[in-house]
Design a protein around this ligand. Structure first.
Ligand SMILES: [Zn+2]
Length: 64
């Protein structure tokens, strides 16, 4: 198994976390790999959703 790539389930989780932050400004979901909290950053044209643990789950989306 290759842990350097994000699985479908992890990708879904990150999408849900991003949606939570977009709607509520927070999420109660935790990282499925390490159990830590997520944090979310928004820039002008992109956003980043990541686990607070370095080098854990992370997703960067470029804006439309
Ligand atoms: Zn994690």
């Amino acid at each position: 198994m290759d842990f350097s790539t994000i699985t479908y389930e992890e990708s879904e989780l990150l999408d849900n976390v991003a949606e939570d932050f977009g709607r509520f400004g927070r999420t109660e979901r935790i990282c499925s790999r390490c159990g830590n909290d997520f944090e979310h950053f928004t820039n002008n044209s992109s956003y980043q959703t990541k686990c607070k643990t370095p080098n854990c789950l992370e997703e960067i989306c470029r804006g439309i």
